[in-house]
Ligand binder design. Sequence first.
Ligand SMILES: Cc1cc2nc3c(=O)[nH]c(=O)nc-3n(C[C@H](O)[C@H](O)[C@H](O)COP(=O)(O)OP(=O)(O)OC[C@H]3O[C@@H](n4cnc5c(N)ncnc54)[C@H](O)[C@@H]3O)c2cc1C
Length: 404
Amino acid sequence: MDTLEYRSVIFNKREKSGPNRQPIASQLADLESCLWDVVILGAGVAGTAAAILAAKRGLKTLLVEAKPFPREKVCGGCLNRRAQGSLERLGVLNQIQFAGSIRIDSMHLQILATSVIWPVPAMISVRRSTLDTLLVDEAVTQGCNFIDSAHGSLVASESKTRLVRIQKQDQSVVVEAKCVLIASGLTRSPLKNPTNWPAVVHDDSRIGVQCMLAEKHAAAYVGNQLHMLVGKNGYAGICSTDGNCVDIAAAIDPASIQTLGGIEHVIRGILEECNAPSILWPDVSPWMATPALTRNSSRVVDRCVFLIGDAIGYVEPFTGEGMSWALASAEAVMPHVIEIAHKEWNDRMADQWSDWAVRQRIQKQKTCRWIANRIRRPRGAAWVLRACNWFPPLRSTIIRKTTQ
Ligand SMILES: Cc1cc2nc3c(=O)[nH]c(=O)nc-3n(C[C@H](O)[C@H](O)[C@H](O)COP(=O)(O)OP(=O)(O)OC[C@H]3O[C@@H](n4cnc5c(N)ncnc54)[C@H](O)[C@@H]3O)c2cc1C
């Protein structure tokens, strides 16, 4: 039988830790012998944050991740002030700062030929492989069981508890949980029955793409500045990150990839439209891509099952709204998880979680949506940028709304 594969750093921490931090399971089949208080599917920021909080409260917590860890993912990696606040409450902000993350103190915003440099409240740029691994590490230290390279999916069940199938290579087990959190990001792949979990994907949605380059390939973008470049086929955020790398993350028109002959050509086009310094593209640039970005789940909760983070819904990103929202959702769902673990599911939780999700979508993501819509018409957006120079309160509002 296959042993669970923890990264060695996580395993060592576990060996050093106290009695309530013993792993419940050491083999895949052992997972079945336990009634889990909470099983969390997806070890992005939402899932790992929820795992830390649940394990801290002494809940029997299992975190399942489809990809082998550590893994990179499509993201600009910029943490705004709200995200930093959540990470501080989770006890990992210091470690992120010591892990070589970069402090971002200004934004160079270029919309076609119009360009401004604005100071921004301190943001942090960190690779997702670094951030998510530190979060998993903390969850495991707090007593959470973690399994990577394993695909989790919700199994239909009529009983009071919920069932989750975990597939790792050619082995599969079904575990029982009092509560399940779906934190799988945009894909929502754990939800096998899409008719029970309808989602709306916007027809004109852009897709996310990302590429991590060594600094020597993008020397002009190294430093403490976030470069935001807006062209007609999309927009790109470029900034230094840990490991002497430059992160290039963009939301682009999927049709333009075919028309222009590849993701790299779309990004080249955006740089040229903005008269921005070029990049020395390596022979093989390892681009990663997401499905359509703008989507909403019509249903975000079912008996003992909650969607959190991007699984709830998403709009095109700008600077830091995504991760702060994912972290906030993990904090907000925790009272329900604890109540189910200690008492039981109550139907009022469904209304409360749906209300929370709708309120967040409307209030918190309104700015993102507004900006995403404006920059689809770059010429008009360039005028807004010029207006910011004439009217500083407009500039302050945009900076505050996008970076705090
Ligand atoms: C181009 C781009 C740039 C961005 N830049 C920023 C930025 O600078 N700052 C910011 O705050 N936000 C940014 N975002 C948004 C941010 O990346 C997301 O909002 C955030 O990652 C959402 O976190 P999550 O935990 O909900 O999902 P994710 O981080 O997507 O994590 C989901 C995890 O679930 C795993 N998974 C999927 N299916 C399964 C399954 N069946 N079983 C087990 N595991 C599964 C996946 O492998 C993944 O690890 C950006 C997004 C894009 C597309």
